[in-house]
Design a protein around this ligand. Structure first.
Ligand SMILES: *Cc1c(COP(=O)(O)O)cnc(C)c1O
Length: 235
């Protein structure tokens, strides 16, 4: 496809890759160690096909129904499920997701494992770590386990026969210090690797804070609006 939208995406993708390369250069990292996951939630499958034609292989979604339909249409991409998962949607997510980023409770581990078994798949998972300040009431209800409880969820994922523990994921607190939050996430990941050496991935950083995430050691960046534009409001 070579329409105007494709050209717009090509430019935005190049600008984002340039930001990632610059961040890698200033922290002495190899850009090959950083995977750009393009967050395509709310955008049509046609945009994902355009991104694929521009070399994008990893895409992220946060709603099961939407993700499932898009993954069925474009099965050759790597599908990242980056959102909170209701337990009754877990089996569906496990049937198409290649990496589930936000695993934050034992009931979800059980449900994902069952779904993966039923689909005959092994699904890679990250433990979501809540990086909000516990004293900040406005953060209540956001996903993730406190850093001190990440080990419990990680052990449960590692023990599930159809799941594979691959690391940690976090979202910087709204209006907070992203560099500090990602430092906590990196330290939590390093702790887990003492028992689970295969848990070597760190998903952190979005359009506004990808530089801080690269500096802290992120292996996966989840970037939406910087590439696709600002999302239309959910109806
Ligand atoms: C939407 C979303 C992103 C992408 O955010 P942008 O600011 O659009 O880059 C990243 N991570 C999660 C968990 C999201 O829900």
């Amino acid at each position: 496809m070579t329409d105007a939208r494709t050209e717009q995406l090509r430019e935005a993708l190049a600008a984002t890759r340039a930001r990632i390369d610059a961040a890698c250069l200033s922290s002495g990292r190899d850009p090959d160690g950083v995977t750009l996951v393009v967050v395509t939630k709310t955008w049509p499958a046609a945009d994902i096909a355009r991104l694929a034609s521009l070399g994008v292989r990893d895409v992220g979604e946060n709603r099961d129904q939407e993700a499932r339909a898009k993954a069925a249409e474009l099965p050759d991409l790597r599908w990242h499920f980056i959102g909170q998962i209701q337990t009754n949607k877990a089996a569906s997510v496990a049937s198409y997701a290649d990496l589930v980023h936000a695993v934050d409770r034992l009931s979800l581990v059980t449900a994902l494992d069952k779904g993966a078994a039923r689909a005959g798949r092994i699904v890679d998972c990250l433990a979501e770590v809540n990086l909000d300040d516990p004293a900040d009431g406005s953060a209540a209800g956001r996903g993730g386990v406190r850093p001190e409880h990440a080990g419990e969820i990680a052990d449960a994922i590692a023990a599930a026969p159809h799941l594979r523990l691959r690391g940690v994921m976090g979202v910087a607190p709204l209006g907070g210090d992203a560099a500090e939050a990602f430092g906590v996430l990196a330290a939590t990941g390093a702790d887990l690797r003492a028992r689970h050496p295969e848990a070597d991935l760190m998903s952190a950083g979005m359009s506004g804070d990808l530089e801080q995430a690269v500096a802290a050691g992120a292996t996966h960046l989840r970037v939406g609006s910087a590439i696709l534009g600002s999302r239309p409001p959910l109806g």
